[in-house]
Design a binder for this molecule. Sequence first.
Ligand code: ADP
Length: 189
Amino acid sequence: MRLLIMGPPGVGKGTQAKGIAEHYQIPAISTGDMFRAMKGQSTELAKEVQALMDAGQYVPDEVTDRIVVDRLGKEDAQNGWLLDGYPRTIGQVHALDKYLEERGQKLDAVISLVADEETVKSRLLKRAAIEGRSDDNAETIAKRMKVYHEATDPLLDVYKERGLLIEVNGEGSVETVDERIRQALDKLS
Ligand code: ADP
């Protein structure tokens, strides 16, 4: 199974990605987590990534594409994967298309998690209090939302046109949303 999970910051992609990936025994690969793992490294690249994340901006496509391609080449990703937070730009969509095409592979589905703006904002602020992520402050959240709506929202139409998009209501408990996603995915097979 090769899946994408998309949605605005705070919609619960990371949480749901873990449950779904475990269920289908594939790795959940989060570009946000991979970039956060670079924190504290003293390379120029790590510093650049940290500064962009803290400003709520996207990391350049060539950096992001490379990190994803490397990760997808790992042993545990040979039978499928769930990408969380990638692609986020049209350029990244094209990079992923090329990667799949070269291997004769296809995406099975793109899960689009949907929740209203208030739910999403309150979840982010709650996470800020618990996890202390440096990009979860009111100012950066607003910027991330704006960047998301401008750069990433249009990708939903791309996948919709390809017949891959599954819209899932992201409101409710973690278990409720997990159940909705599984039901939708089970219909595929
Ligand atoms: P969220 O979706 O809640 O904003 P993530 O953990 O997925 O959180 O991403 C955090 C940050 O990592 C983003 O704001 C961005 O700076 C960077 N990032 C993650 N994925 C990508 C991507 N595919 N392209 C560019 N930047 C990314």
